[in-house]
Design a protein around this ligand. Sequence first.
Ligand code: PLP
Length: 422
Amino acid sequence: MNFENSLSFAKGLDKKDPLRKFKSEFHHPGKSGKRFLYLCGNSLGLQPKSVKKFLSEELDDWAKLGVEAHFHAKRPWLYYHKFSKKALAGIVGAKPSEVIAMNQLTVNLHLMMTSFYQPTKQRFKIITEAGAFSSDQYAFESQIKLHNLNPDDALIELKPQNGEYYLRTEDILTAIKKHSRELSLVIFGGVQYYSGQFFDIKKITAATHQAGAYAGFDLAHAAGNIIVDLHKNEVDFAVWCGYKYLNSGPGSVAGAFVHEHHSNNPDLLRLAGWWGHQEKERFKMKKGFIPMPGVDGWQVSNFPVLSGAAHMASLGLFEKAGMKSLRKKSILLTGFLEFLLSDIVLFHDYFTIITPENPDERGCQLSLLMKKNGKKIFDRITKAGVIADWREPDVIRVAPVPMYNSFEEVFRFAEIFKKALE
Ligand SMILES: *Cc1c(COP(=O)(O)O)cnc(C)c1O
């Protein structure tokens, strides 16, 4: 699309936006009656107004029914993990039997790595991106140490080429091939939290399988942001959180995917708990764990109903809006942001966009690498009412979210940013 740098053009895009009505489904934070310009859904998604209703229904059922709510609540608690399957399957491109809401993201990462990282003397290496989110780095290192191995030998972190800000797919594929004889696991972010790069899940997974290893993805910044096709691309496992693009509230229940290829694979050891045990036998409390087929067999504890209620409220909106329409708007919205930023005269003096230019290689987030006065400029835009986020040492991340951000907001952000540079 040929964008124009004007407020009326932005307003025109909003008028034509088929998803514009979703903005009013959310609470918009502000101060003294003035809304913040919230471009931080990559960190914490906004609260859907329907969350209160879903939550109070559970609170009411708890109050009125006590333990009986496990069977007689409006959404019986015993089966709560099943209610989100259809929506989650649509969001990550999976079969309902392959996805589950459970635990928290890093916990799920550990559970999955316990199964899919089973190093042998010959195959013990993990390939990942350099500068992965800290929690993932800690998880990888501690998993390696659990097997009495040294992270310095076992962990291969791929860096972009000199002078570049994100990885070339061909370099990732070459590294996988090069280490194929020693490779156990390849694990990447779906969308890299710092650069905003959307990795080529299909190609990385195919190359990993060719090398005889498993492929997993951390979709923290991908779920609800981009189109992923976990089932079709034969990804072995994936994990994500509920509170970023999935708008399910702070620390809300997270998710996991295990491909149906592994539904009943007895070689995949796991950390077991009663909720993963055969549903019909669960309450017999007998010795001998028999996992449920599919990802359900990776559940450990009973379901966190209160955070799950917020999750259900938000997933309802995703079902209504549809990932295809969200992504379509997202490409326009972020494209508009990129156009406006590139139109700033001081652009090259002050910052570089380190997120890939190709819309197929990024989600909604743009990462602005500040060449000078980065923190000062960030503080200025914050003071002007923008909520974005600052990542040490020098990056401002801006994420216009198609579910609730408008083209007008993107325009206003660019104006504030331009002023802050001056
Ligand atoms: C947000 C994020 C996390 C946070 O982990 P929690 O277990 O949800 O606290 C971990 N990894 C990545 C890649 C993230 O983006």
